[in-house]
Ligand binder design. Structure first.
Ligand SMILES: *Cc1c(COP(=O)(O)O)cnc(C)c1O
Length: 386
């Protein structure tokens, strides 16, 4: 039977040299960050336009194999993705029950309703096969769209989220989405640098969102981006997130209600330096995952979660997955490790358990209910790998 002290000693063996407390995640600035930020201050280009924004967008776009529009955080990126994908008031949008709150909130900002779906325990993300079976029962296709049989609302889109950096089985998901006339919006906030069958996450669907919050694999302080392979979609997203202003030398003309979601140059300056470090950060995080896997290999009752076979994950956050029979030990493990200065955390409270989302439509959520009892997130900062 698993006991908390065995977990603690495995943790200490991996984190031996790290000063306590050990944070769940922390940023590292080892490149041109100071120089770039100083350049902004020296030149006065600190705000919503500037050379670093353009450079950050073009380098990100190149990485993802498409176009990128930098915005002020990942939540704003998701909101803009929803609008560009055609999500309207009173639509439903399929969202994993196991996600960070931003995924569901972005749906609500459009006046739409999140409709919660279960996860595949192999990826921690949307389970395409079960989703397909569920939709065939719960929804009807008509006039090129999908309608919820029970609520009568149109189900417009699905938002696969690559949990802790591990990619969803996107080919299978895109097939289900096409079969049921669903738009696909990728929440790749946690998975920058992860690949699915060799392709970068974020641009696997027609539109996707990234985050550069302080706890993500690279950071701009706060920031996000919209990613797409389609030039016209990119233009629409850029227009919408820059107050829908029409280009003109001196006139203020706006042709719709736009958003002031632009990323400031100061943040993009950080982003350019961080993006250069991304390949090394992914290597360090993958090395840390291997060390955790080694340290916990002999432990009965729990294992380190490993990437699905079709993916190379950025291992943004490592997970100790308890066996169902050991899930009763979760809180004891959390208590003991935090008391020892090792910041472990449970997974997010499932979306349908939060008061504002308790009445939303949902499929049976047994896989995520089990995962919620069994997940312990481990410190995963890139400094911990050596
Ligand atoms: C971090 C994150 C976001 C976006 O968060 P911001 O803090 O707004 O940048 C969205 N979805 C998921 C799953 C996330 O982890």
């Amino acid at each position: 039977m698993l006991d908390a002290s065995a977990v603690l000693s495995a943790l200490h063996s991996v984190l031996a040299e790290a000063p306590r407390p050990v944070a769940l995640h922390e940023p590292v600035f080892e490149g041109d960050e100071w120089r770039n930020v100083k350049d902004c201050l020296d030149t006065g280009w600190v705000s919503s336009v500037g050379a670093y924004v353009d450079r950050f967008e073009s380098e990100l776009g190149e990485l993802a194999g498409g176009y990128a529009i930098a915005v002020m955080n990942g939540t704003a990126a998701l909101h803009a993705c929803m609008l560009v994908a055609g999500v309207e008031a009173n639509d439903e949008v399929l969202v994993p029950a196991l996600t960070f709150i931003a995924t569901a909130n972005a749906v609500s900002y459009c006046g739409a309703v999140p409709h919660f779906v279960d996860s595949d325990p192999r990826t921690l993300g949307v389970d395409p096969e079960r989703l397909g079976r569920y939709l065939a029962e719960a929804a009807a296709t008509r006039d090129g769209g999908l309608w919820n049989r029970r609520t009568g609302r149109r189900i417009r889109a699905i938002v696969p989220m690559h949990t802790f950096g591990h990619p969803v089985d996107m080919d299978a998901l895109l097939e289900v989405a096409a079969r049921f006339h669903l738009a696909v919006i990728e929440d790749a906030a946690e998975s920058l640098g992860s690949t699915y069958k060799g392709r970068h996450t974020g641009a696997l669907a027609p539109i996707g969102a990234l985050s550069f919050n302080g706890n993500k694999i690279i950071t701009t302080g706060g920031g996000g981006a919209i990613v797409t392979r389609d030039r016209a979609t990119a233009a629409t997203a850029k227009h919408l997130t820059t107050t829908a202003r029409l280009p003109h030398r001196w006139s203020f003309l706006h042709d719709q209600v736009g958003y002031n979601y632009r990323m400031p140059n100061l943040n993009a300056a950080l982003g350019c330096a961080q993006l250069a470090a991304l390949p090394a950060l992914v290597r360090r995080k993958r090395a840390l995952a291997d060390r955790y896997a080694g340290a916990f290999a002999g432990l009965k009752g729990a294992r380190i979660f490993r990437e699905p076979e079709f993916a190379a994950s950025n291992y943004w956050l490592n997970v100790l997955l308890l066996d169902e029979g050991a899930s009763g030990k979760r809180d004891e493990i959390l208590d003991a490790s935090n008391a020892a200065g090792v910041h472990t955390r449970p997974v997010w409270t499932l979306m349908h358990k939060l008061p504002m989302y308790a009445e939303c439509p949902r499929m049976e959520l047994d896989a995520v209910a089990s995962l919620e009892r069994r997940i312990v997130c481990l410190p995963s900062g890139p400094r911990l790998s050596h």
